[in-house]
Design a protein around this ligand. Structure first.
Ligand code: 5RP
Length: 260
């Protein structure tokens, strides 16, 4: 692997334990002003010290994130549709690699929609992005299984994740499911899990714990952190699960629930 690509990947997946806590705040690219992200400057700044990287769009990065914050950036570079459409799969590449370099991105992220009517478009976009990324030493994170149509089981997710990796993604983001080992064990690159819709804090920590136990490299979590009643405590608790091996119960009781 090229030095630059390896170096950027190591900013995201920490070499000390090969794990990562990515904070995802890119929801607005198709969902608009998502709850908890209405005023990103105010809600996200306190979390930056605790996340290993921040996944977001260039519009939010340029306008809402302090360039001196020192947090590695995973730049969302796909889009083209919104939640007003039934089918979310009609995405294209929305940011040039040149702009990603200008923004000092540590990785770029794009969604693919395996099994959708735009499956091919997504895979070809991913392949093009990987080629462009390789030219500049920028790894690509492929996001898979967003949307409502497909059953998110190990059979489907292992297919989708493996296709992303075969196409050249350096990291694949997907959802947690039963038999998650199957998804991880058939994927040659690190797999990170999304948090999904807001649940209870203990449940979200349980998801992180189970994912790590079954081989995930970490989480790329959004709503379960920034929509939490105590977002700073929540990200610290997620970090304790991912990097310190705490169980969900330990992290909930000794990190999330500490009085501050
Ligand atoms: C959408 C995304 C989001 O970043 C992702 O869904 C992660 O956030 P959450 O934990 O809120 O599900 O990639 O395409």
């Amino acid at each position: 692997m090229d030095y630059g690509l390896k170096n950027r990947l190591s900013r995201i997946i920490k070499p000390k334990d090969n794990k990562t806590v990515m904070l995802a705040i890119d929801h607005g690219y198709f969902m608009g002003p998502t709850a908890g992200l209405e005023n990103i400057k105010r809600s996200i700044a306190p979390l930056l010290n605790y996340a290993d990287s921040l996944m977001l769009t260039r519009g939010i990065l340029r306008n809402q994130i302090d360039a001196g914050a020192g947090i590695p950036i995973v730049l969302r570079v796909s889009g083209g549709t919104s939640i007003l459409k039934d089918d979310l799969s009609d995405e294209d590449i929305t940011v040039s690699m040149e702009d990603a370099v200008r923004l000092n991105a540590s990785a770029v992220a794009l969604s693919i929609f395996i099994g959708s009517k735009n499956e091919k478009q997504g895979i070809i976009n991913l392949a093009r992005l990987v080629d462009e990324g390789n030219r500049y030493g920028i790894p690509v994170l492929a996001v898979t299984a967003v949307g409502r149509e497909m059953t998110r089981d190990a059979r489907y997710l292992s297919l989708a994740v493996r296709i992303a990796a075969e196409t050249g993604a350096s990291i694949v983001k997907t959802y947690y499911c039963d038999d998650f080992e199957r998804v991880v064990n058939t994927c040659p690159v690190p797999v990170v899990v999304a948090g999904g819709k807001k649940t209870g804090e203990e449940e979200a920590l349980e998801l992180a714990y189970n994912a790590i136990k079954r081989g995930a490299a970490g989480v790329d979590m959004g709503r379960n952190i920034f929509q939490s009643e105590k977002p700073v405590n929540m990200i610290k608790a997620v970090k304790a699960v991912v990097h310190k091996g705490l169980t969900a119960e330990e992290a909930y009781n000794t990190v999330y629930n500490i009085i501050k």
